[in-house]
Design a binder for this molecule. Structure first.
Ligand code: GTP
Ligand code: MG
Length: 204
């Protein structure tokens, strides 16, 4: 799929204020600093579209980006950032969980995982929660440019093994780097396929 147009639409903390015209959307979630906003910029070929930072906690709101006037990419705040107060953690949890539970347009959550790290409890628990709430998700491994091919393979194998302790199968997964655009074509093709199948079924 070619991205011809990518525009910022709205930021907010209230699922009720998200865009109302019904189009399929894909949300990026994961630990702070994992590379959610960078990935959106990489996919859209638009450097400053989503705000990024080397400091965790940059994205604080639900951000909608309209792509080709046809579907949305949604940038979300990260979880697991120790520096935020208990109160803002609670507020965060409420609006993010509300978003996932109530947003009917959400067709797939992409859970981003840093490919360098061993499986993190917080990510596994979040995937568990998505499963319990019947929210379809795929995994995106980020920052692949930081590892050798061999370590990538080893770490993916380790991750799969960990997932199989709790799941019967492995969800679709992608290996990406926002630095060198690894995985861009695969991800866009995946989204395009879902969009087409939804259209065929007259959903949206
Ligand atoms: P929050 O909004 O704070 O939750 O973070 P985020 O997940 O949106 O991360 P963001 O995209 O802001 O990136 C965090 C840091 O990681 C930045 O310094 C990015 O340059 C860096 N980064 C993101 N993706 C990659 C990647 O694929 N490779 C490398 N080497 N660095 C990356
Ligand atoms: Mg961000």
């Amino acid at each position: 799929m070619e991205i011809k147009q990518a525009t910022f639409v709205i930021s907010n903390t209230d699922v009720k204020k998200c865009p109302t015209h019904s189009l399929p959307e894909y949300a990026f979630i994961g630990r702070s600093n994992v590379g959610k906003s960078s990935l959106i910029n990489m996919l859209t070929n638009h450097k400053g579209l989503a705000k990024t930072s080397s400091k965790p906690g940059k994205t604080q709101l639900i951000n909608h980006f309209l792509i080709n006037k046809n579907w949305y990419l949604v940038d979300l705040p990260g979880y697991g950032y120790a520096q935020v107060s208990k109160q803002s953690k609670k507020t965060f949890q409420k609006f993010i969980t509300d978003y996932f539970k109530k947003r009917k347009e959400l067709v797939c959550a992409f859970v981003l995982v840093d490919i360098r790290l061993e499986p993190q409890k917080i990510d596994l628990e979040f995937m568990q929660w998505l499963g319990e709430n019947l929210i379809p998700f795929s995994i995106i491994f980020t920052k692949a440019d930081k590892l050798t091919e061999k370590s990538i393979t080893d770490n993916i194998d380790r991750y799969k093994k960990k997932l199989l302790e709790n799941w019967e199968g492995i969800p679709p997964f992608f290996i990406t780097s926002s630095e060198n655009k690894t995985g861009r074509t695969e991800l866009l093709t995946y989204i395009e396929e879902i969009n087409s199948s939804l259209k065929e079924k007259n959903i949206f």
